[in-house]
Structures are given as structure tokens and as C-alpha cells.
Design a binder for this molecule. Structure first.
Ligand SMILES: Nc1ncnc2c1ncn2[C@@H]1O[C@H](COP(=O)(O)OP(=O)(O)OP(=O)(O)O)[C@@H](O)[C@H]1O
Length: 480
């Protein structure tokens, strides 16, 4: 992004002549304008890197022009020339977004210095935008949000709506549902991208340290404060502060946070100065904050301040249709990271994974896939690669659970019948069926407190058949 095309606007011919001569000698392409109107037309039509505008011109003045430039071409750097060395004009120009100002008459050295400064600034801007793109790309690569369920689509919509503004968002959801991921998505899709995203887990830091983590301290504020430390609010200045597990914030600190949100200022511990901070807050919790408000453990005023836009993340067990997508995503991600060929899940394995309740949500799923990829040497993952997943957590059997039961039986059978080719002909069919029948009947009898009429009804078999099976399989009937 080198400095190339320059526009000089001044109603004084001698000034136009001097400047254009000096700048052209340096190899720049220079266009000239005699007044504000002409300059505006040229700025609209041309692609300038720098505009040097006289503050006093007939018609549109340099300052008005500056306002128009900010609307039309916000990237164009503007240097304002003022006739009198009046502070007022200079301040006004800078306030309206001029890059710099020079007072007439000036030495050509001043122009050299300005040109050098502008060149450096443009280089820096170019580097920044490359960096910003890189950050965005890396973010997109590493921080993809996967999920196509109705619940997740609602989340995407909300992110889209809230990201561009500075609105405070409260993300609620169980542990591992992706609260931090969503907070990052809000930041990286906002105008604060390129500025810091700072995360603080309020539950992970001892209460007595939390205050200095948030607000920082001055040197000598307490024993051990050997030098000044910036708090998270100051570190996040210009960017986003993600306060995770906000429900664990002690009440006295809640009051201090509320003050920062209202005043937009922080005071370091041991300091007296108020430091202005411009920080967007995204908070998250896996607790029921409303309930905490009712129990007076969380300040109501802070709750309303944070909960401007609520964003609820649904547990994975309530959006199971996302599981296959997530499994494939984590398989791809893990294998790429480990530099091994991409592994796949067999259909029965996917059924097993989709049937499990995932109490640790996406985090548990991600770790489970990682573990399986590392431990298995086969390109196709089978139910045997997920030995921990056969216990359902709550609720009765569903269609999906039955599938997982089938997958489980399949796994067990394969494991116990490995020597089948060496087996003599026999009664395997009945033997295996008995092993399934016995626990099934035992379970239903247990649930019905050995009421055989009810058990037969639930099983969908005849009472006499049930009685015969109980004898045949030697099932103990316990009466209690
Ligand atoms: N929808 C998703 N798509 C892809 N990855 C996800 C998704 N949701 C969560 N993850 C991944 O799961 C892991 C846990 O997510 P995250 O840390 O954001 O959860 P959390 O709700 O903040 O958890 P906690 O409450 O325990 O802090 C991360 O590695 C994250 O990248």
C-alpha cells in the first residue's frame, strides 16, 4: 500500500504550484483543485491515497470537505493546511478526522516529514488489514461453529443481529455447549475485530484475586505489587471482554462491574485515577441467573444490564441431529491435526454416538472423538472404539436408544464370538438369544415388582409364555 496519488486543493495558485512541483519531483502523481467543489468531484471520481486541503476555500471549506471525505472515502488520509497558527482550527481538523495539519507558511521540509509519516501509516494500515484477514481466516478455520439444527440456526441469526452493535449479550447454556465459541464469534464478526478478545473465567480464579484480575493494580498497592498491572478491562480496551461463569462473581465485585458498565471507567486497585475504557461485554453462565437473582445471590440491576440480549445454547442431547455433523467435523479436525488419514465412522457407530446423551455436551463429544482417533489404528471407527458410551443417562428407551442397544449387542457379540470359525456346530442362536432374553425379562419384572401380568403386557407376550420363559431361563422371582 504505497503512497502514490495525491490531491492538492488550494485557491492560491502559488501554493498549488509549489506543492505540486515538490511532490512530483518525489515521483508522486499529483492532481490539483482550485476550490472545494472541484476537489470533491475529483475525490469522488479518483482513487487518491492522500489529500492535502486548504482550510479556507471559497464554497466548500476544507473542514466541510473533510466531513464529506469521511462519509465517502473513509480510508483517504487528509492533511489540512491552515493559514493562521490557530489552535482552534487545528483541533477542529483533528477532531473531524484529519490525519494531520500544517500551518502556512511552511517549509518544504515539513511536507517531507508529513509524506514520510503518511507512508508509514499506510504501511501499518496495510499490515493491520492483512493481520485482520489472517485472524479472520484462522478464526474461521479453527473456530467453525458446526450445527444445522433449528436451535443452532436461531443462534446464528442472533449472532448476526447482535455482532455489529456494542450490545451486551448474556449467553446461557450447560458446560461444553460452546458459550466461549459463540462469544468469540460475536467478537470476530463485530467491528472490534483486530482489537483484543479477552476471556476471564470468574469461577477459575480465587475470589480474592478476581478484583485485581479485573481492574488491575498500581505498583505498591499491596505487598507483592512490585509493578503496575493492567486488569482485564484495560487489556480488552477497544475490544470485547468475555466474562465466563459470571454467576460465580462475588456480590461486591458485581457492584464494581456495574459501575464500570455505567461509567465506562475503571480504577486500578491502589490508584486514584479513573481510566476510560471502551469495552464490549459478553457474559456467560451455566447457572440459572434469574433464580440467583431471586435468591439475592446475583444483583438484579447487573442482571438486567448484562441480559440485554439473551442467547440460550441448547444442550446437545436436545439437538441430536447435529451430532453426525459434529462427529464428522471433529474427525476431520483431529485427523488433520494429528496428520493421519481422515477416519470415518461406520453407520452403527454413528447411531451409537447419536443415541448417547452427552452430559458434557460438545466438549465431551470432541474429546471422545479425539480419544478414539488416537487409540484406533483402523480407518473405520466401530462401536468398540467407544467403550464408554453404552450407558444412557435418563428417560425411557427411545428409537435411538434401541439402535444403540443393537450396536452394543453387536459390539459384545463380536468380542465374545471372535473364535467362531473354530467353533463346532452347536446351539449358538439359542444361547445368544437367552443371554438377551434373560436380562430383558429380569429388568421388566424388576420394574413391575414381579407383577407377571403387567410384565407380560409391557413385553407384549402372552402370560403363559412369560411363565414358561421364567422357568426355562431360571429367573429368580423376588417378591417384596
Ligand atoms: N457448535 C460447535 N461447533 C464446533 N465446535 C464446538 C461447538 N460447540 C462447542 N464446540 C467446541 O467444544 C469445546 C467446548 O466449547 P466452549 O469452551 O465454547 O464451551 P463452554 O460452554 O464455554 O464451556 P464451559 O461452560 O465449560 O466454559 C470447544 O473446543 C469448542 O470449540
Amino acid at each position: 500500500m504505497s503512497l502514490n496519488r495525491i490531491l492538492v486543493a488550494d485557491d492560491e495558485e502559488s501554493m498549488r504550484w509549489v506543492l505540486s512541483k515538490a511532490l512530483r519531483k518525489k515521483g508522486f502523481t499529483v492532481d490539483l483543485a482550485r476550490d472545494g467543489e472541484e476537489a470533491l468531484r475529483q475525490i469522488q471520481a479518483g482513487d487518491y491515497d492522500l489529500a492535502i486541503l486548504d482550510i479556507k476555500m471559497p464554497g466548500i471549506t476544507g473542514l466541510d470537505l473533510l466531513d464529506r471525505v469521511r462519509e465517502l472515502k473513509s480510508d483517504l488520509l487528509v492533511v489540512i493546511m491552515t493559514a493562521e497558527a490557530s489552535m482552534k482550527n487545528a483541533v477542529e481538523a483533528m477532531k473531524r478526522g484529519a490525519y494531520d495539519y500544517i500551518t502556512k507558511p511552511f517549509d518544504l521540509d515539513i511536507i517531507d516529514a508529513i509524506i514520510e509519516k503518511v507512508s508509514k501509516a499506510r504501511e501499518l494500515t496495510a499490515q493491520m488489514s492483512i493481520l485482520r484477514e489472517e485472524i479472520k481466516e484462522r478464526y474461521l478455520l479453527e473456530k467453525t461453529i458446526v450445527g444445522n439444527s433449528v436451535a443452532m440456526r436461531e443462534v446464528y441469526k442472533t449472532i448476526g443481529k447482535v455482532a455489529p452493535s456494542d450490545i451486551t449479550v448474556l449467553i446461557q447454556g450447560e458446560s461444553g455447549t460452546g458459550k466461549e465459541l459463540i462469544a468469540r464469534a460475536i467478537h470476530f464478526n463485530s467491528k472490534r475485530i483486530g482489537k483484543p478478545f479477552i476471556a476471564l473465567n470468574c469461577a477459575a480464579i480465587p475470589k480474592e484475586l478476581l478484583e485485581s484480575e479485573l481492574f488491575g493494580f498500581e505498583k505498591g498497592a499491596f505487598t507483592g505489587a512490585v509493578e503496575r498491572k493492567l486488569g482485564k478491562f484495560e487489556q480488552a480496551n477497544g475490544g470485547t471482554l468475555f466474562l465466563d461463569e459470571i454467576g460465580d462473581m462475588p456480590l461486591d465485585l458485581q457492584a464494581k462491574i456495574l459501575r464500570v458498565l455505567q461509567e465506562k471507567e475503571v480504577t486500578r486497585t491502589g490508584g486514584s485515577q479513573n481510566i476510560a475504557v471502551d469495552v464490549r461485554i459478553v457474559a456467560a453462565t451455566n447457572q440459572n441467573l434469574e433464580e440467583q437473582v431471586r435468591q439475592k445471590q446475583f444483583r438484579e440491576d447487573l442482571y438486567y444490564r448484562l441480559n440485554v440480549v439473551p442467547l440460550q445454547l441448547v444442550p446437545l442431547r436436545e439437538r441430536k441431529e447435529d451430532i453426525p455433523l459434529l462427529v464428522d467435523y471433529f474427525l476431520g479436525k483431529t485427523c488433520t491435526e494429528l496428520e493421519v488419514p481422515i477416519k470415518k465412522c461406520a453407520p452403527d457407530t454413528m447411531n451409537l454416538l447419536a443415541a448417547y446423551d452427552w452430559p458434557g455436551n460438545v466438549r465431551e463429544l470432541e474429546n471422545t472423538i479425539k480419544r478414539a482417533v488416537i487409540l484406533s489404528s483402523d480407518p473405520l471407527l466401530t462401536p468398540a472404539d467407544f467403550p464408554g458410551l453404552h450407558i444412557q443417562h435418563k428417560g425411557g428407551p427411545t428409537a435411538a436408544d434401541e439402535l444403540s442397544l443393537e450396536a452394543l449387542v453387536d459390539m459384545k457379540l463380536r468380542a465374545s464370538l471372535t473364535n467362531l470359525d473354530k467353533m463346532e456346530s452347536g446351539d449358538i442362536y439359542n444361547l445368544v438369544l437367552k443371554q438377551v432374553e434373560r436380562p430383558l425379562i429380569r429388568f421388566v419384572l424388576e420394574k413391575t415388582r414381579s407383577n407377571q401380568v403387567k410384565a407380560a403386557e409391557i413385553l407384549g407376550i402372552n402370560r403363559n409364555t412369560l411363565r414358561k420363559k421364567i422357568q426355562e431361563l431360571a429367573i429368580d422371582i423376588r417378591k417384596d
